[in-house]
Design a protein around this ligand. Structure first.
Ligand code: E4P
Length: 218
């Protein structure tokens, strides 16, 4: 399973990368805004800075919602660095753009996916990644993990190569369940990645080992 970090914060990206387990980054306009990144030049520079930290897979989202705009913006984003994956919303012109980007060799991540039908469309249009939002479905009393399982089943039925990128992950159990189901990628906040480290018995066990060692090695 690949791990992406869902943030535009450079320090958090560096911290996750230094752990040695990071395969990519997802951003979105809200995450960019949270870092105070505004203006075309600053946004491009920020994506470049992210690309300079990680090895591959930096999702950069288009703002346009019409076909011409999505294509123009996506092509510009793709020029920033070979690591860029153009993030395109699941709307009619977005689906058209996915197909065109695929024919141009521009990698894409289809975002804001909430149903299996949308995931089928994304795969048929040639998206490299599809991003179903688990947490936001859970927020409206719908089982987000069930959607991941449904998409896994459908993609396996037809051998679709689009990678399932489980998004809007809120806690460690979301991530573990996604791994059980067979999501290809999980994108999550740093707290979820570092949360995988934690167990009280690990802390208690380590403290005991170290204190036993100290007793004999004063
Ligand atoms: C995915 O690419 C999105 O950026 C993200 O996972 C959305 O998560 P949220 O629902 O926590 O905003």
């Amino acid at each position: 399973m690949k791990f992406f970090i869902d943030t535009a914060n450079l320090n958090e990206i560096r911290e996750a990368y230094d752990l040695g387990v990071l395969d990519g980054v997802t951003t979105n306009p809200s995450l960019m805004a949270k870092e105070g990144i505004k203006g075309e030049e600053n946004i491009r520079a920020h994506y470049k800075a992210i690309c300079n930290i990680v090895d591959d897979n930096v999702s950069a989202e288009v703002i346009a919602t019409d076909l011409d705009g999505i294509l123009k913006e996506g092509r510009e984003l793709a020029k920033i660095d070979d690591k860029i994956v153009v993030k395109v919303p699941m709307i009619k012109d977005g689906v058209k753009a996915l197909k065109i980007f695929a024919s141009e060799g521009i990698r894409t991540n289809c975002t804001l996916v909430f149903t299996a039908g949308q995931a089928i469309l994304a795969a048929k249009a040639g998206a490299d990644f599809v991003s179903p939002f688990i947490g936001r479905l859970d927020d409206v009393a719908t089982d987000g993990l069930e959607l991941i399982a449904q998409i896994r089943h459908i993609y396996d039925n037809y051998g679709y190569e689009t990678e399932i990128l489980a998004a809007s992950i809120r806690h460690v159990m979301h991530l573990i369940k996604c791994a059980e189901i067979g999501a290809d990628v999980a994108t999550c906040p740093l707290s979820v990645i570092t949360g995988l480290l934690k167990h009280p018995l690990t802390d208690i066990g380590l403290e005991k080992f170290l204190s036993d060692h100290r007793k004999l090695n004063k």
